[in-house]
Design a protein around this ligand. Structure first.
Ligand code: 5BU
Length: 372
């Protein structure tokens, strides 16, 4: 079957979320996209935690995914991970670490779950090359399963500090500190220990996590145009604690070698792991079999400056750009990934909205909700 005619081109995100082969995290993402009306992923390629978190706050309402390169953030630490998670939960988007794993199974497991970044703990989505062979997918899936199991049985320590009548006013409203991991708990202990003697009681509760046990099903919420997005997102709830992988099937850079038989092999491997591989990084939809419902995410997207619409766009280092319209409407891709197009704008929030609108309109045209 020609990929141009695959049914996924005409299906809405919401319809695709209900198909039988969809994984719980893919279903959540597709429903989130549908409710938030955004198929925009922002690539936050900045070098400090402060910038990263400020950007997440600034554009969070306009995106379905925030993409990171943790290894370019010079002060990446627990605060970065926790900050990102908090903002993602508040603004409702997923986090995608663009790690591009490409080593043997044993090594990628350590890179994914360990090291200073512990990607599996804070990024719902990551990606991998298939250069080392299909074992890379099995290895990452196994590491993800380990992290999910650990999360679901994690010891949840709560430390509460009660003020006494004699405390200073700024201490009187000391918050109850409650974090979700051993490291965060250590941070909390340090913060409590920093306080003056007026903190008189520290009670520690150890309990097995009962909320958010994964996979919890995402509700399929009916929503009409003009519905209250915030209320719908509240009903959608938090993302299930699941992990997913994108395979690098094509790149955006000039002369890349991810072509032909290599790309086809990527698709074949993905089909063997539909519960973990939710899609591809590619420049066109690769859905071809009846059961295919892969989500295509596409970098190398920019809007041309006014008057330069017909010009080929790129940077001086081989990056090549297409417009959101071309990628979503003509190539059948599902999520556009935009970095500098938004990052270098004077008003990033407004620019993110402009990209969101463009990509959303192209999607509505593709599935037949709008006339071209
Ligand atoms: P840009 O500023 O929109 O060009 O940033 C694109 C981002 O997507 C950047 O983080 C790249 O590392 C990433 N990227 C890409 O540009 N092309 C690819 O093929 C892949 C990732 Br895979």
């Amino acid at each position: 079957m020609s990929s141009a005619r695959h049914p996924s081109w005409r299906r809405s995100y919401r319809e695709r979320a209900a198909l039988p082969t969809v994984s719980p995290l893919a279903a959540y993402l597709l429903r989130l996209i549908s409710i938030k009306k955004t198929n925009l992923c922002f690539s936050a390629d900045v070098t400090t935690t402060a910038e990263l978190l400020a950007l997440a706050e600034e554009v969070g309402d306009s995106i379905c995914i925030l993409k990171t390169h943790a290894d370019i953030v010079t002060d990446f630490n627990d605060r970065t991970m926790k900050g990102l998670q908090d903002i993602a939960r508040k603004k409702r988007f997923l986090v995608f670490e663009d790690r591009k794993f490409a080593d043997i199974g044993s090594t990628v497991q350590k890179q994914y779950a360990g090291g200073p970044q512990r990607i599996v703990r804070w990024a719902e989505i990551t990606n991998a090359h298939i250069l080392p062979g299909p074992g890379i997918v099995t290895a990452l899936k196994e590491a993800a399963a380990g992290a999910i199991a650990a999360y679901n049985t994690a010891v949840h320590t709560e430390i509460s500090a009660s003020p006494t009548p004699s405390v200073d006013s700024d201490e009187a409203d000391s918050p109850v500190l409650s974090d979700t991991s051993a490291d965060m708990d250590r941070l909390s202990v340090a913060r409590v220990a920093d306080r003056k003697q007026s903190v008189v009681s520290i009670s520690t509760t150890i309990s097995t996590r009962t909320e958010n046990i994964s996979p919890h099903p995402t509700p399929d919420i009916e929503h009409e145009d003009g519905a209250d997005t915030a209320a719908l997102l509240d009903r959608l709830g938090d993302a299930p604690f699941q992990r997913s992988l994108l395979l690098l099937a094509e790149m955006s850079s000039e002369g890349h070698l991810l072509t032909g038989a290599y790309t086809a092999q990527c698709v074949a491997i993905a089909r063997q792991h539909r519960d973990f591989v939710i899609g591809f990084i590619a420049q066109r939809s690769l859905n071809a079999d009846d059961a295919d419902n892969f989500i295509t995410m596409t970098p190398g997207v920019q809007l041309p400056p006014p008057g330069k619409e017909a010009k080929k766009m790129g940077d001086a280092l081989g990056q090549q750009y297409n417009t959101p319209r071309k990628i979503v409407l003509e190539q059948g891709c599902d999520v556009i990934i935009v970095g500098r197009g938004i990052l270098y704008a004077a008003d990033r929030k407004a620019e993110a909205e402009r990209y969101r609108r463009e990509a959303w309109q192209a999607y509505e045209e593709r599935v037949g909700l709008l006339r071209s």
